[in-house]
Write a protein that binds this ligand. Structure first.
Ligand SMILES: Cc1cc2nc3c(=O)[nH]c(=O)nc-3n(C[C@H](O)[C@H](O)[C@H](O)COP(=O)(O)OP(=O)(O)OC[C@H]3O[C@@H](n4cnc5c(N)ncnc54)[C@H](O)[C@@H]3O)c2cc1C
Length: 470
């Protein structure tokens, strides 16, 4: 028997999860087949709700210092999406290369005691009633087996873990032969992040804030395999056809070609094996949603899995990971697909309407809020698992998200109305005016005054009360 959790994959999803488990005192090992840090940066958009979850771990301010913030995004037809209304400490999107997010999460996970084994590939697994045996391959060494109480597949789109538990990855191919480059620009675009489309392709330009810009471009009718090098003239030409200018792009520091699928696994849990991040859902970069969704998966799963591994999870808690995150994953794949379809539109009718559609979203405040509320993650709520708890100021100083840094439940209630006996080992008390809320470790409201009996909610989410002694 072991109480260890093994995580396959040290991408952003696996690293956040490892830190959360280690912080909860769960022994945890991350298996990563890469021996060195990858120099390929994929995600660059970090949305508001992700910054909030990093804030609830004391990491947001450090990540903010690595990039640039954007509170308006220019989309098809010159319409502008406004993020400034977001009811958050972070009413914007952060643009920073993915490796900054990963480095921060890796440093935290190691500091909290998670073990990260590099150059170790998971090649298969087998589970029984008590645990999971993972088969490992390390270059130059014999195949080994490692036993864990639970295994999480955070091993990306080609997930070995997903295949090992016999789950398919239904969906379809979304787009082929997207060109990617980090370049210098002679003419700075008006907006730090924008998307433009022409009749035969589209381009996206984002500023990292340090003089480098990320360009993603796609051209209809010129579909090459991922291995084909990017022709810089083609990239410039596609950008020009979309924006009317190539912004004088020059000096690419690296280029790459890639394709995207739109897929989602049917179940996020199979016994003692769970899937998170790109291993569970994948879509194109449109909307900048993938890494953000993976980090939200990890934040949702971490405290539930810690409770299960420590044998204190109430019935159904671990299953609520699938119940809560699968619908969000489905909505995320759909949202990203809709943005991509508008950008790729071949039909002249759709092309003619995409400017007005984007304009309507930008100019009708309720529509703008709906779209940016979802993309930023701020509007995401879980049926039965609550809405996002805002970062309320606490009586006597501090904020709710600072109180959540302990990784425990927080009961917000006026002083003198403390945590009922039997739950003080799992729940902290804080006061925020006259509010009465039970906030989960991932910042969602499990109970509020008016929801009925607080003790019933505590038992449902935290487990039965600890006995007060003999
Ligand atoms: C061009 C591009 C731009 C993007 N832009 C954005 C954006 O702006 N915002 C956003 O939110 N998302 C964006 N994304 C998506 C984002 O990059 C991914 O969603 C994110 O990296 C997923 O993180 P992950 O940890 O789930 O998986 P990965 O980052 O794929 O990490 C999986 C890890 O598992 C390891 N691994 C795989 N198999 C094994 C094995 N068998 N054994 C051991 N280790 C294994 C891999 O080496 C890897 O390190 C973009 C993607 C692309 C391609």
């Amino acid at each position: 028997m072991t109480d260890e959790v093994a995580i396959v994959g040290a991408g952003p999803t696996g690293l956040l999860l490892a830190g959360d488990l280690a912080a909860a005192g769960v022994p945890c090992t991350v298996l990563e087949r890469r021996a060195d840090e990858s120099n390929l940066t994929r995600a660059f958009a970090v949305h508001a709700r992700t910054l909030e979850l990093l804030d609830a771990r004391g990491l947001a301010d450090e990540l903010l210092a690595t990039g640039t913030t954007i509170d308006r995004v220019s989309v098809l037809g010159g319409a502008v999406l406004d993020l400034g209304w977001l009811p958050s400490r972070f009413p914007f999107m952060l643009v920073t290369p993915q490796y900054h997010t990963e480095r921060l999460l890796e440093r935290r996970a190691r500091a909290l005691g998670a073990r990260i084994l590099e150059g170790v590939e998971a090649t298969g697994l087998r589970q029984d009633a008590d645990g999971v045996e993972v088969e490992l391959r390390t270059e130059g060494a014999a195949t080994e087996r490692r036993r864990a109480a639970y295994v999480v597949g955070a091993d990306g789109v080609g997930s070995t873990v997903r295949r090992a538990i016999g789950l398919g990855f239904p969906g379809r191919s979304a787009v082929q032969s997207m060109m990617l480059a980090d370049v210098r620009l002679s003419d700075t675009p008006r907006d730090a992040l924008s998307l433009a489309a022409g009749a035969d392709g589209f381009a996206l330009v984002a500023s990292f804030g340090d003089g480098w810009h990320r360009v993603i471009a796609w051209r209809r009718g010129h579909q090459l395999p991922d291995s084909a090098p990017v022709d810089f003239d083609e990239l410039r030409d596609t950008t020009r056809r979309s924006y009317g200018t190539d912004f004088g792009m020059h000096d690419p520091r690296w280029t790459s070609r890639f394709h995207s699928d739109e897929r989602q696994v049917a179940r996020y849990r199979s016994g003692r094996v769970l899937l998170a991040g790109d291993a569970a859902h994948v879509h194109s970069p449109a909307g900048g949603l993938g890494m953000n969704a993976g980090l939200q998966d990890a934040a949702n799963l971490g405290w539930k899995l810690a409770a299960a591994a420590q044998g204190r999870a109430p019935a159904g808690l671990l299953d609520s990971y699938h119940a809560e995150r699968h619908p969000v994953g489905r909505a995320t794949v759909r949202a990203s697909a809709s943005i991509l379809r508008l950008a790729l539109a071949r039909s002249p009718v759709v092309r003619a309407t995409r400017g007005p559609v984007a304009g309507a979203v930008a100019h009708i405040p309720a529509l703008n809020r709906r779209v940016t509320g979802f993309i930023s993650g701020i509007a995401i709520a879980y049926p039965g698992g609550g809405r996002r708890a805002p970062d309320l100021p606490l009586t006597g100083g501090g904020r709710l998200y600072e109180a959540l840094r302990a990784g425990r439940f927080v009961l917000l209630a006026p002083a003198g109305d403390g945590v009922p006996d039997g739950w003080t080992d799992r729940v902290d008390h804080a006061a925020a005016g006259s509010d009465r809320l039970l906030v989960r470790p991932d910042g969602y409201v499990a109970w509020s005054a008016g929801d009925g009996d607080l003790r019933a909610a505590l038992a449902r989410w935290c487990g039965p009360p600890a006995s007060s002694g003999p």
